[in-house]
Design a binder for this molecule. Structure first.
Ligand SMILES: C[S@@+](CC[C@H](N)C(=O)[O-])C[C@H]1O[C@@H](n2cnc3c(N)ncnc32)[C@H](O)[C@@H]1O
Length: 255
């Protein structure tokens, strides 16, 4: 029996709603120790996913609940070079860690939007923003394939371990091309496959909801972003999460 895109998306939503509930109830997401649910427990334990990808200074800036809710595979705020006054959008903002860090970087004259489709995650993120006393973070409900913001309204898009979870990646890239203003940029952490791996081989190495089976290859990522109007696309592997699959930083500039 094949799973449709809608069923897969619902599975993703259920998985991350469960994650948000686990953090809310025990401050220890999914009982996996590090709160890293975007991975199997072994990968989490080896600190390849989750809050340990942030340095102590960044972790110290935020409430514990926001840090524990981290489910990413990198640290996009470390590479996005955010400046005061900029508008930032985080695709799949989860418990809000990258939105809160970004909001602090862009300061009171800037704004950081977080977009997520899971109500439980949005509630967690809003609570974390209140607790952190961050006023310039706005959390929007929606899907990354149809971003609820005007065209050319964003300076920088960040995202942490989310694009691999999309069931319609061409739509995500088209939305990136639409919302990022000319000259704007991307600083994305994601799981990315080596070009040698077929889609079947990626699926043999892990599940879709665990951020492995849906990973794009370097060539697919680059071609998708170029087709959406980005240039200077760079995909740099940072750490291997499975054979031929890596945590990676993706950077690009909107033409
Ligand atoms: C692996 S978690 C990462 C959360 C956050 N970026 C972090 O680093 O902690 C994935 C998040 O993306 C959201 N998500 C997945 N697919 C999405 C989609 N198509 N549209 C909007 N949000 C999505 C999930 O609800 C979840 O909060």
């Amino acid at each position: 029996m094949t799973t449709t895109a809608d069923e897969l998306r619902e599975e993703v939503r259920r998985r991350y709603a469960e994650s948000a509930r686990a953090v809310t109830e025990s401050s220890n997401g999914c009982g996996c120790g590090s709160g890293a649910c975007c991975a199997d427990e072994q990968a989490a334990a080896e600190t390849k996913f989750g809050e340990l990808l942030y340095d102590a200074e960044q972790r110290g800036e935020l409430p514990d609940a926001a840090v524990l809710a981290s489910l990413g595979c990198g640290n996009p705020t470390a590479v996005a070079e955010l400046r005061a006054g900029e508008t930032v959008l985080d695709l799949g903002s989860g418990g809000g860690i990258d939105v809160l860090l970004s909001a602090k970087r862009v300061g009171p004259t800037g704004i950081a939007f977080g977009l997520d489709m899971t109500d439980e995650m949005l509630a967690l993120a809003r609570r974390n923003a209140d607790e952190a006393g961050v006023r310039n973070a706005i959390f929007l409900r929606g899907e990354i394939e149809a971003v609820p913001l005007p065209s050319a309204s964003v300076d920088v898009v960040i995202s942490n371990c989310v694009i691999n979870l999309s069931t319609d990646k061409p739509a995500v890239f088209a939305e990136l091309g639409r919302v990022v203003r000319p000259g704007g940029r991307l600083g994305i952490s994601d799981v990315v496959a080596e070009d040698r791996l077929s889609h079947g081989e990626r699926a043999e190495r892990g599940s879709f909801v665990g951020c492995i089976a849906g990973a794009l290859s370097v060539g697919e990522y680059t071609a998708g972003l170029e087709a959406a109007g980005f240039e200077d696309v760079a995909v740099d592997f940072t750490h291997e999460v499975a054979d031929g699959l890596h945590g990676a930083i993706v950077r690009a500039r909107r033409s």
